[in-house]
Design a protein around this ligand. Sequence first.
Ligand code: MN
Length: 311
Amino acid sequence: MSQVVLKLSNAQIEKMALHYKPFLLPKIPPGGVFAAKLTSCSVTAYKSGKVLFQGSSCESEAKKWGQPELTATTKAPSSSKSSNLPDQFETLSVIGSDEVGTGDFFGPITVVAAYVKKDHIPLLKELGVKDSKGLKDDQIAVIAKQIKEVIPYSLLTLQNEKYNQLQQSGMSQGKLKALLHNQAIGHVLNKIAPEKPEAILIDQFAKKEVYYQYLKGQKVIQTENVYFSTKAESVHLAVAAASILARYAFVQHFDKLSKEAGFTIPKGAGAQVDIAAAKLIKSKGKDVLPHFVKLHFANTDKAWNLIKKKK
Ligand code: MN
């Protein structure tokens, strides 16, 4: 992203704040005076007198107010960043990791770490890799089959028998996820060695400190160049690719469960899954439940309530 930094007087910054009034953002970064977002330029003024212009029209926008004092130092002050990611992060060679299924009553948790080299980014874009939340299951399948052939990845599937066992032994879902991410990333690092990624990006489900707290006591803990971001699928294609592969595996497993159940199992954790679980208990008996569902979800009791009511 291109950017320009100006050093301006307080009076000028006050004038700017008035000028950009219609575009001011409610959130001001630490040490900031104001932040404004125009169509193709964002403007952030700091108490130090530095004003940062970022975006495609940043040069023309900055020109309205003065000349950059040092054209060479166009690095953003760290406080202006919403995250701690390195510059041009989207262009780096990155291992991304993401998980699917943690909020679904039925079905496993699938975690995928995937390595996307910078040279592969254009191809992945061409194949349609993007935020999987905007993709339908059939599109996911098409893309997943193609990228599987191109990028190194590791898929871990935590089946519900095992999930329930670990959960009942006192392990939180957060810890389970952390263990799976750490392991999947380790597998990919082994696969690509001696090559190393420029960064590892985890779709953030817990704060960094909490994540590493979960991993305490593990033999191998990935810490080198590891970054966390929410909505990481839109931060780097590696996470988008990981998410697509995780969702594809999840959907495939789900189809298998539907076949075993003899009817289509619904996703999510709404009322429809209570009904499906009640139906399953009635047709196959309660002993099959730990194979199909995450028992600690409130849906288990709700399913039983449905059965009791009908008696
Ligand atoms: Mn995620």
